[in-house]
Design a protein around this ligand. Structure first.
Ligand SMILES: *[C@@H]1O[C@H](CO)[C@@H](O)[C@H](O)[C@H]1NC(C)=O
Ligand SMILES: *[C@@H]1O[C@H](CO)[C@@H](O)[C@H](O)[C@H]1NC(C)=O
Ligand SMILES: *[C@@H]1O[C@H](CO)[C@@H](O)[C@H](O)[C@H]1NC(C)=O
Ligand SMILES: *[C@@H]1O[C@H](CO)[C@@H](O)[C@H](O)[C@H]1NC(C)=O
Length: 436
């Protein structure tokens, strides 16, 4: 009885009513305020674990659009954005795109629904997802939202003159039928990315190849992608070509990439902290503190271990050497000047040394302000104070509430307390399903 209920709960979670719906879905577009904003969901699909650029992860496992902060000058690469935990941010509305105006300042694109506009005059050149574009008198385009008759977010673009007419679907693996998007798999075309005519597959999904009969067949074992059935073009990490189209384990340990031959590891193919020594034909450890090295143990690049800084040596090799200041985790360029301090410390900009945050504070920029408290404490009235609920990891919304629980506890929707077993979670979710 208990088991069958669990199975039912699991089935409901996975399938849901009608079209598959999990609490978390990966967003193909990452456009402000349009999709879920999520780039990685948890294994059980219940919550988002990593949000895209310009999104912030909320405590309930959803992503929220970051609020652009209009500061004087546009930073070189990215528009300056800051993420507020934001209850004030309307997710549905999103934010209009930014562009550098003639004075080099950030400004919102003036055209409603615009996703990209030209630097200088702000002429809109691309509409947001779920919009149709029509030529504008002054050049560029105007954007109209697709009709609400089309399921929300089904369409990438619709006809601006007839917004009920979808022109391009948003999700790969769908095709247009009577101006609506239909999944290839719903007409029996499986593992297909593109089936424009709804009859045969044109492009198979990743990990599948088109066979002579127009079907998508899975690539060989331990193969990520193949151009034709049985012929691997890219083996999974740790595997290399077996000479017969398939993939077999690399002979070198710990090698993650032996694409060229089984007894060679690609230059960047050794695991973290190792490099390929061609003479020894082995992945060999990098020097102490060095996470990535190339050709020699002390030829470091990229990031160093915590407490080490990357410095260029007279022979123009870069090495990771120990930071000289206490509690310093990063000191690239100058070992006696800290870029980043350990948790509960901050960089004192006057001295470049690490100084202690206030009591119970894990992340701060000064001893009197706090961005985040240590585990088990909540930031309330600007101070880190003890959470009242047992096994609660954070309670910023109030000391008697819990934002999230310490591992392996989870926050029960029913009791609002930190509960223990994972199985209970399914029952909890089941009760949520039935109340929907
Ligand atoms: C806006 O600027 C672009 C070049 O950045 C130019 O091609 C276009 O003609 C301008 N449009 C208007 C309306 O001034
Ligand atoms: C393996 O190395 C090759 C060549 O260095 C590179 O092109 C390829 O992307 C790498 N594959 C993986 C899975 O990292
Ligand atoms: C940072 O703190 C942790 C635990 O408090 C400690 O183990 C680690 O050695 C510290 N690192 C540095 C560079 O001080
Ligand atoms: C910070 O540095 C001080 C002085 O060396 C040391 O006593 C303390 O343990 C360090 N804290 C951490 C977290 O590493």
């Amino acid at each position: 009885m208990r088991l069958s209920l669990l199975l039912l709960a699991a089935a409901l979670l996975i399938a849901g009513p009608g079209r598959a719906y999990a609490a978390c879905s990966v967003d193909p577009d990452l456009e402000d305020g349009v999709g879920s904003g999520c780039v990685r969901c948890s294994a059980d699909g219940a919550r988002c674990e990593e949000c895209g650029e310009r999104y912030g992860l909320k405590k309930d496992g959803t992503c929220v659009t970051c609020q652009p902060v209009l500061v004087g000058k546009l930073l070189e690469e990215k528009a300056p954005v800051r993420c507020y935990p934001a209850t004030t941010v309307s997710k549905a509305g999103g934010f209009p795109a930014l562009y550098p105006n003639a004075k080099g300042e950030c400004e919102y694109c003036p055209t409603p629904g615009c996703n990209q506009c030209l630097p200088g005059n702000g002429t809109c050149v691309q509409c947001k997802v779920n919009h149709g574009a029509a030529p504008a008198e002054a050049g560029g385009v105007t954007c109209v939202e697709c009709s609400t008759d089309l399921p929300a977010l089904m369409c990438r673009t619709c006809d601006a003159k007839d917004t009920k007419k979808c022109l391009e679907c948003r999700t790969s693996g769908e095709f247009l039928k009577d101006n609506q998007c239909v999944e290839c798999s719903s007409v029996g075309i499986e593992n297909c990315d593109e089936c424009p005519d709804g009859k045969t597959c044109k492009t198979c999904g990743y990990g599948f190849a088109l066979d002579a009969s127009g079907k998508c067949v899975a690539c060989p074992e331990n193969c990520d992608d193949c151009s034709e059935p049985g012929k691997c073009s890219s083996c999974t990490g740790g595997f290399g070509p077996d000479g017969k189209g398939g993939c077999t384990a690399c002979k070198i340990d710990p090698c993650t990439n032996c694409t060229t031959s089984l007894d060679t590891c690609e230059p960047l193919g050794c695991e973290f902290g190792f490099y390929f020594d061609a003479e020894k034909k082995a992945c060999t450890p990098c020097a102490e503190g060095c996470n990535y090295c190339l050709g020699a143990p002390d030829n470091c690049y990229g990031s160093c271990d915590d407490g080490y800084g990357l410095v260029v040596k007279p022979d123009s090799k870069a090495a990771c050497e120990r930071c000289t200041l206490d509690n310093c985790t990063e000191c690239n360029g100058d070992l006696a000047k800290c870029n980043k301090c350990n948790t509960t410390y901050f960089v004192d900009s006057a001295t470049g040394a690490c100084a202690k945050c206030g009591e119970g504070c894990a992340d701060c920029e000064s001893p009197t302000t706090c961005n985040a408290c240590s585990t088990g404490l909540g930031l309330v009235d600007g101070k880190c104070q003890k959470c009242q609920l047992e096994n609660c990891a954070s309670c910023d919304e109030g000391l008697a509430t819990c934002d999230f629980c310490a591992d392996p506890y989870y926050l029960s929707d029913a009791t609002k307390k930190c509960e223990q077993a994972r199985l209970n979670r399914l029952f909890d979710l089941l009760s949520r399903q039935t109340t929907l």
